[in-house]
Design a protein around this ligand. Sequence first.
Ligand code: HEM
Length: 205
Amino acid sequence: MAMSQRQITVIKTVVFILCLLPLARLIGFAVLDQLGANPLEFITRNTGDWTLYFLCATLAVTPIRKISGWSWLLRLRRMLGLYAFFYASLHFLTFLWFDHFFDLAEMWADVLKRPFITVGFLGFAGLLPLALTSTNGMIKRLGGKRWQLLHRLIYLIVPAGVLHYYWMKAGKHDLSQPLMFAVLVGVLLLMRMWWRWSASRSELS
Ligand code: HEM
């Protein structure tokens, strides 16, 4: 399905607004005092969930594009990735603020002490260079090949996010949701590996 530039602009605007809805909902809940008995936990968990959803959506763009033939989907990938970074930043900020009251030394000790926080932190640290190099200018400056190589970090970041979730829930003996995400991310990554392998085989023959 081919799209005109105008149609793509409309779709991008709609998606941009939709991606802000989780934040708007959170703000609405806060204003209406509907964040539950532990508001800080609610915000940390909610922003963590949305980081993972956006990371999965970003990773799903290429497989869905290849299967459906909708090449215009690629035009949404950068926005989805940046929204993942945006919600991860909110998630990290709520942790830094509410768990440690901006005490960086104390936060760092926590990052080193609790393995699920260590992995989450690594995932967030990995997202930072991707967000910083997401502009057209940076793509040009780095060159397509180097930019692509750097952005393959996403293949480590998303599993790190899933492991972070898994470890957090393992302490609570509730693994059904993290396992669901592990399967989803596993399938998305395996599809890529399969396509790459088939492409290299057909190049050889
Ligand atoms: C790629 C980055 C990250 C992803 C995808 C992610 C995802 C998640 C998810 C899905 C949850 C569980 C939400 C739920 O229970 O429904 C969570 C919880 C949490 N995450 Fe993250 N996270 C990331 C980075 C971080 C970072 C950088 C930190 C702090 C350094 C952090 C600290 C926490 C904490 C404290 C909780 C709540 C634990 C609890 O309530 O017991 N996360 N995260």
